[in-house]
Design a binder for this molecule. Sequence first.
Ligand code: SF4
Length: 171
Amino acid sequence: MRAEPSRILVSACLAGLKVRYNGLDSREERIERWVLEGRAVTVCPEVLGGCPTPREPAEIVGGTGEDVLAGRARVVDTTGADVTDKFVRGAYETLRIARETGASAAVLKQSSPSCGSARIYDGTYTGRKIPGVGVTAALLRREGIAVLSEEELDELDELMPDSGGSRPDDR
Ligand code: SF4
């Protein structure tokens, strides 16, 4: 039996890695510290799925991440390219890493078509958001892994009892 402390997955961009579509990060100090302390494992589902960085921004068209997994919706970038297969592959790669690391929870970037856990863009490329989850968040939840966002870090205190630190910016 392993006696390792609970580990979580975190969106790589939240840990300061420049993997967002625009080549930038969405660094959150507390998450970056968890990674440096070896208590969190970074994942970027879109990079894991084969997307380059930088890349064209993409949105889910015709539904949510659950619909994408069920084949009822697609992920399409702003050039019109269908990138659904990459997003689904990235979701399953993230699930594989969760299982390998024994992670029971993930903190993923809100509003992303992969990582969003409460809101996603609505598929019109106009900046509007709708309630819904991204493709990776949907798969992890379906498989019993808790998915939170950077807006809910305090809820992780039970899992990460030594974390402390400052509250994240709400951007
Ligand atoms: Fe960050 Fe997730 Fe987008 Fe990767 S897929 S850049 S981890 S929000």
